[in-house]
Design a protein around this ligand. Sequence first.
Ligand SMILES: *Cc1c(COP(=O)(O)O)cnc(C)c1O
Length: 362
Amino acid sequence: MKLFTVGPVNPYQETNQVYKNLFPYFRTEDYGILVQNNLKSLATLLGIEYKNNIIYLTASGTAAMEASIENCFTCQDKLLIINGGSFGHRFCDICAWHNIPFDSVDLPYNEMLTENHLKPYETKSYTALLVNLHETSTGQLYDIKLLSEFCQRKNMLLVVDAISTFLADPYNMTMNHIDLTIFSSQKGLSLSPGLSFVAISKRMLERIYNMPSASTMYFNFKDYLKNIERGQTPYTPAIGIMYELEQILILIKQVGLDNWLNKIKDKCFYFRNRANELGLTIPNSYPLSNMLTPIMFKDVDAYDIFTELKNKYSIFVNPCGGELATRMFRVSHIGNTRIEDFDDLAIKIKKTYEELKGMSHD
Ligand SMILES: *Cc1c(COP(=O)(O)O)cnc(C)c1O
């Protein structure tokens, strides 16, 4: 079986091996030190200094999105959301659910986000901008400089869901004045699903401390921030994934962050070249993250190709949801895959496409 999905992805041998041993009890100084060392390494990868300013939740990425909104904003605030796909839409849904006022910059799936889209909001007042920097549903990677400068000009906080761009594309919180970054275990880190992380700037930390208590108890950040000073969490975490994290961070350190990103870029560019050579269609109206490549189909249902690849070869590409489901699927370049895998995949996609097209013409 081979996963070319956006997450969970093909795991690395090193992280799987942790399950050979029993995990020790976690309310100990040793476990606290393991956590703190992991968070320090993550801080380095995020381009920040570690000062008890990263917390982790035993929950998927969406929980971290919702918890961040719940802990950082109230109905007194107004947010601006980049809504260019299903993850941008999820931010809108969360704010609507919690009665937090927002405007959304609504982008059709094939449109590139530019300065023009932000112009109508230049004169309006907002507490923060929320963005899924890589909108995983379409593959669009937004221009962080454009968004960061907009926020600085307007003295807004910048909240980034970096779940599908962190450790796939270059990402730096300090350089881009990012106040809060959300990421999770099953994407760039290539670990089991179940942990999500929130890295917080100094001014956002101050804001959180001064907020009235969040309406959620399990996800109350003040508790997590207090506990993380000892490397602990208020409630029992997914300990196994913390041990997986230790292993992947060792691996990333050995390889080096630039090389890590370049390896993904190489797989990505190789696949896009092969896909082009084979006459497959990659959208070109917006910039793509190196994390994935979307492929469009006209005369065959994209979901049927996904199903064939799964049933015939045990290969999983990532189907799209909603209106794109029949027209597009995505191929992810993160996780434990090699260049050769992408050669094989491109050929099998082409072959399956031809077969299904032949059948639909009979
Ligand atoms: C995967 C992903 C999420 C989180 O999804 P979960 O299923 O809750 O883990 C959130 N935002 C983006 C951009 C993602 O790619």
